[in-house]
Design a protein around this ligand. Structure first.
Ligand SMILES: O=C(O)[C@@H](O)[C@@H](O)[C@H](O)[C@H](O)CO
Ligand SMILES: [Mg+2]
Length: 403
């Protein structure tokens, strides 16, 4: 079997997605997600100009050799654009291999390690009562794990809160980046009230998660973690910018609130110290941004040596192709923790028909050979690319801050 052609499909059914399709000379094809929110065309160009020419004529079964070729052959290793491009190739090749073997991808990885994949939903509200209600709505739907994010009195445009009541949160906005103002003081005073209200209303018998989204200093994160201990969070995510892995030592010294990090990381090297020093409890690297199934398995295997479990990123800016592949990975991986699941809009689900399903707080990737997700190219063409950017955050005095 040989790779005969490959193409990059950019579509925007409500938000931008980039998909790589690899076609073999035996008629089999595979697809991979290459979406990097706010920098989509950088990955599309990387694939079209620098990757696809190197793929034509290769044996698609040689997944590992192609991965090494694209990683080491680039010379300029790592980074979100490079690793998202490699991820798309890798995911498409695993899709092809599983189709050729006529089995769902999780079987090819080693079979299922659990009956279903526990997922967490995103509950958000403009204030505490609305957020508490949204948490309840997801518990009603059967979710065992729910993330809570709320508006903060006196702080406009907080991360994770949809603009309309009950709407899904979509961070990217059309046109140039929106600017939001952040107040750590207001947030640190407010957060314990939110989680107290959630636990009083819904009890302790479900997993409660929260995303700090890179905004604190280590000592502030330590203070927040301690203040939330009575509410027994499943995890406190991205408490500080992750470039300085050592800063997690200070947080660890002060709090037992579990820590989750990794959605902005794209290689094992970026999280090696966090894992080996057990500075985190969950690693959130994703199929689409961390080099695909091949590399994510390496990260998970390292994590398994240090009691670190997976908690893959799964926001709506990761396409259904990534979600499908992630669910096969999640069903197999021995040190599974939880999978993030934000529902895509109906237009997106129509562009990306898929076999995965949700029931009673768990998801299953389905039994379709491959990763079980396809792309309707004709429908995709009806949604042209529409530039959109993630916001930036500033402090009240104008200091540019982590969004
Ligand atoms: O945990 C999460 O889902 C968030 O951090 C994301 O919403 C993140 O902001 C977006 O994926 C960025 O594109
Ligand atoms: Mg996050």
């Amino acid at each position: 079997m040989k790779i005969q052609s490959a193409s990059v499909i950019v579509t925007s059914p409500g938000r931008n997605f980039v998909t790589l399709k690899i076609v073999t000379d035996e008629g089999l094809y595979g697809i991979g997600d290459a979406t990097l929110n706010g920098r989509e065309l950088a990955v599309a160009a990387y694939l079209n100009e620098h990757v696809i020419p190197c793929l034509i004529g290769r044996d698609p079964h040689q997944i590992e050799d192609i991965w090494q070729y694209l990683y080491k052959g680039a010379y300029w290793r790592r980074g979100p654009v490079t690793m998202s491009a490699i991820a798309a190739v890798d995911t498409a090749l695993w899709d092809i291999k599983a189709k050729a073997a006529n089995m769902p991808l999780y079987q090819l990885l080693g079979g299922k390690s659990r009956t279903g994949v526990m997922v967490y939903a995103h509950a958000n509200g403009r204030d505490v009562p609305e957020t508490v209600d949204r948490v309840g709505a997801y518990l009603e739907k059967g979710y065992k794990a729910v993330r809570a994010q709320s508006g903060i009195p006196g702080v406009a445009g907080v991360y994770g809160v949809a603009k309309g009541k009950g709407a899904f949160y979509e961070p990217a906005t059309r046109g140039l980046p929106e600017e939001s103002v952040w107040s750590t003081e207001a947030y640190l005073d407010f957060a314990p009230q939110l989680f107290e209200a959630v636990r009083v209303a819904h009890g302790m018998n479900f997993h409660l998660l929260h995303d700090v989204h890179h905004r604190l200093t280590p000592i502030e994160a330590a203070r927040l973690g301690k203040s939330l201990e009575p509410y027994r969070l499943f995890w406190m995510e991205d408490p500080v910018p992750v470039e300085n892995q050592e800063s997690f030592r200070l947080i660890r010294q002060h709090t037992t609130t579990p820590l989750a990090v990794g959605e902005v990381l794209n290689s094992i090297w970026d999280c090696k110290d966090l894992i080996e020093e057990q500075l985190i409890d969950y690693i959130r690297t994703s199929v689409v941004h961390a080099g695909g199934i091949t590399h994510l398995r390496r990260i998970a295997d390292l994590a398994s040596l240090y009691h670190v479990r997976t908690g893959c990123h799964g926001a709506t800016d990761l396409s259904p192709v990534c979600m499908g592949a992630a669910l096969h990975f999640d069903l197999w991986v021995p040190n599974f923790g939880v999978q993030e699941h934000m529902e895509h809009n109906p237009e997106t689900d129509a562009v990306f028909p898929h076999a995965y399903s949700f029931k009673d707080g768990y998801m299953h990737p389905g039994e379709t050979p491959g990763h079980g997700v396809d792309i309707d190219e004709e429908l995709a063409a009806k949604y042209p690319y529409n530039p959109a950017y993630l916001p930036v955050a500033r402090l009240a005095d104008g200091t540019l801050w982590s969004w």
